[in-house]
Design a protein around this ligand. Structure first.
Ligand code: G3H
Ligand code: 13P
Ligand code: NA
Ligand code: ZN
Length: 343
């Protein structure tokens, strides 16, 4: 079934585990994420970034997506996921990642998302509280969960680029939960978005520890979210570079670092970059291993697969790696899938 985020957070709080939350930019990726979670019998959190909705709405220069683009994209992905997931045995959440403003969040909610993030982290504390509270007021009566953010992560974050991190102040976490009513909160504690997180990035666990300690003390339900948590697997970067790419200085958060914060209230771990890297690797590999040996008299497509004459110009063939990526890009005990715990 399609569900809000809240019940998954409650389960993970109770049993002290973290859910992976995976960014998708296409229906095929959503299908794959669902399939892999069904394999693990785990609840699935699919998330589309604000501008990813613009992209799926058909906006090619997605950085300039309008509200109308976002509405179309949100409806497309939510409808598709609903269709795929309605009869699934696992709970599936359709979450908006890094919602930019009230209207973008509303576009997601009105078009079928069951959970939204409102990212007011670039605003002053009071403005952030105000905007987030407004979103909660709109979302909760509709059964939609809300994630807020306090503190700024370094790196590219959809709309905002920040050179440096501003860590979350744990003393403000309780106040933020209480005033806004959010279900979970993204904290800035040493992760960053993108594929260059620096060598041996260490997480400031004390920020999570102190935040949870304060929440417990005040008797407030709170779940913390770790953004910028891709592991950036070395072998995938190397393969991309072997297949003609040139990605330098690529470092992620180690899986051990991520595992070590789970006892301290991290309940959702966001992964986008790893999936982008894996898609890129698979598509590059496909073209390298399948140089264009297409005869001009062949019809291509499914016929060429059947007569073993691989078509290098059929999107139905070369776009399948987008799906394979999530399904087979990682060994079950490795990387991305390792943080997808079972309920
Ligand atoms: O944190 C932000 C997202 O990872 C950015 O995703 O570039 O697909 O919109 P996007
Ligand atoms: P990565 O760039 O580390 O994958 O982070 C993704 C994220 O935080 C999406 O909100
Ligand atoms: Na932010
Ligand atoms: Zn993020």
């Amino acid at each position: 079934p399609i569900v809000p985020l809240r019940p998954l957070l409650e389960a993970s709080n109770k049993y002290k585990f973290a859910h992976g939350a995976f960014n998708v930019n296409a229906v095929a990726q959503a299908e794959a994420v669902i399939e892999v979670h069904e394999m693990f019998r785990s609840g699935a959190i699919l998330q589309a970034a604000d501008l990813a909705n613009g992209f799926m709405g058909g906006r090619k220069d997605f950085m300039n997506a309008t509200l109308e683009d976002k509405k179309i994209g949100a409806k497309r992905i939510a409808d598709a996921v609903r269709k795929i997931g309605e009869h699934s045995r696992i709970p599936i959440v359709i979450h908006l990642d890094h919602g930019k403003d009230f209207d973008s969040v509303k576009a997601a909610i009105d078009n079928g998302f069951t959970s939204v993030m409102i990212d007011g982290s670039h605003l002053s504390y009071d403005e952030n509280v105000e905007l987030t509270r407004e979103v909660v007021k709109y979302a909760h009566p509709k059964g939609v969960s809300v994630e807020g953010e306090l503190g700024v992560l370094a790196g590219v974050e959809d709309h905002v680029f920040s050179e440096t991190s501003t860590y979350t102040n744990p003393m403000k976490v309780c106040d933020f939960f209480r005033k806004t009513g959010v279900d979970c909160l993204a904290i800035s504690y040493g992760t960053m978005h993108g594929a260059s997180k620096g060598k041996n990035a260490k997480l400031r666990k004390e920020i999570a520890i102190a935040s949870m300690e304060n929440l417990r003390h005040e008797g407030i339900f709170g779940a913390l979210v770790s953004h910028g948590s891709s592991t950036v697997p070395r072998y995938i970067v190397e393969e991309i570079n072997n297949y003609g790419g040139d990605i330098q200085n690529a470092y992620g958060i180690s899986i051990d670092e991520l595992m070590s914060v789970i006892p301290f209230g991290i309940r959702k771990i966001n992964v986008d970059t790893d999936i982008r890297l894996a898609v890129t690797r698979n598509i590059r590999e496909y073209f390298l291993e399948n140089p264009s040996k297409q005869n001009s008299d062949s019809i291509g497509g499914i016929w060429s697969i059947m007569d073993n004459n691989k078509s290098a110009f059929d999107p139905r063939v070369y776009l399948t790696p987008i799906m394979d990526t999530v399904l087979t890009g990682n060994e079950p005990d490795d990387d991305v899938s390792a943080i997808t715990d079972c309920i």
